[in-house]
Design a protein around this ligand. Structure first.
Ligand code: Q9C
Ligand code: ZN
Length: 343
């Protein structure tokens, strides 16, 4: 299996995120990708290559033009205020406020184009974000070219980012961009399987009204878990997308066996959809020792996960999402990928 990776991810290194009333060091850090690269290499999964550079137009297939323009200029507008620390939003167009008038000031833009305050923007964020999307697109290019699998080692992650919003450590939605690329290259039906611990709200929203991209997500129940306001079981898609969205909210304490039983249901739905290819939003924050999550998966469960995904028998692009137990993230990702390859 080919891995696509760029050192550019190191250009994005947020200092702190708002969590329970204080600024805490960012859980989403460069060491994560370094760990994954290290373990993918030692697992001898296959060649590791740099991403190709794709046109901005590949991004605006799923994101709005004004949102991409915001990401491109946000740091410069922030720095022009005389600020030297990370840019962070602090006010949002939530209940009773207008969503239809984009602000001109960077403080307003940061809130208008975000869902939460877990999205620091640093001087190098855009370059890292752009390269991360390029990794996903390069993987998709290989799949469109006939490869049976590829692994986009994306950092920062993407599945919380919507068409017009960054959120939860995510800026551009790498998996959605890759799925759309596959559609544009002639795959008539694409399925996205999101196994990150958190609901892939951004991916769901982007494809919610479409019947050509199926989205299935297993995640901590939003009644008790971030992102709290999307990811319930009754969200089945709308319009032409009705029936093409499936959520499996699971309780805190979910074990590997319970998780894999839900995964089988999601895989049955995907098999019934009969996609031309599958994009897996691969977060390993379901791991028992993850510092911000509450599932109980262990190493062997990740191998089984990869084996079960392989039973679909579809060309599959894995896109890295979350996972914050830095010492174990690489081993767990490698377990999924080797489980898939060896199955
Ligand atoms: N500081 C992904 O896994 N806040 N994002 C959690 C703990 C946001 C997770 C609170 C979690 C986002 C890609
Ligand atoms: Zn996550």
């Amino acid at each position: 299996m080919l891995t696509i990776y760029s050192d550019d991810h190191r250009l994005h290194h947020g200092a702190a995120e708002l969590y329970r009333g204080r600024l805490v060091p960012c859980f989403e850090m460069p060491a994560r990708a370094d760990q994954v690269l290290d373990r993918v290499r030692s697992a001898e999964l296959g060649p590791i290559v740099a991403p190709d550079r794709f046109d901005r137009a590949a991004l605006t297939r799923v994101h709005t033009d004004d949102f991409v323009a915001f990401l491109e200029s946000a740091w410069d507008e922030w720095a022009a205020l005389g600020e030297t620390g990370d840019a962070l939003p602090y006010v949002w167009p939530a209940v009773d406020l207008r969503q239809d008038v984009p602000p001109d000031h960077i403080d307003g833009k940061l809130g208008f184009y975000s869902i939460d305050a877990a999205v620091p923007i640093t001087a190098g964020t855009w370059a890292a974000v752009r390269s991360s999307a390029d990794c996903a697109l390069t993987g998709a290019r290989h799949i469109a070219g006939g490869a049976t699998s590829a692994f986009a080692l994306c950092r920062p992650p993407g599945h919380h980012a919507g068409a017009r919003a960054m959120a939860g450590f995510c800026y551009l939605n790498n998996a959605a961009i890759a799925a759309q690329y596959l559609r544009d290259q002639g795959h008539a039906r694409v399925a996205i399987l999101d196994v990150d611990y958190h609901h892939g709200n951004g991916t769901q929203s982007i494809f919610y009204e479409r019947g050509d991209v199926f989205f299935a997500s297993l995640h901590g129940d939003p009644k008790v878990e971030y992102p709290f306001f999307l990811g319930h079981a009754d969200e089945r898609g709308s319009g032409e997308g009705l029936g093409a969205n499936r959520n499996f909210p699971l309780p805190w304490g979910t074990t590997g066996a319970e998780y894999l039983a839900a995964l089988d249901l999601a895989l049955a739905d995907i098999a019934a959809f009969a996609p031309d290819s599958v994009v897996v939003s691969l977060g390993v924050d379901t791991f028992v020792e993850d510092p911000i999550s509450h599932f109980k998966l262990v190493g062997a469960d990740f191998t089984t996960m990869g084996q079960r995904i392989a039973t679909l028998g579809k060309p599959t692009l894995f896109v890295l999402e979350g996972g914050y137990a830095v010492a174990d993230i690489g081993g767990n990702v490698a377990a999924v990928l080797t489980g898939f390859s060896g199955a």
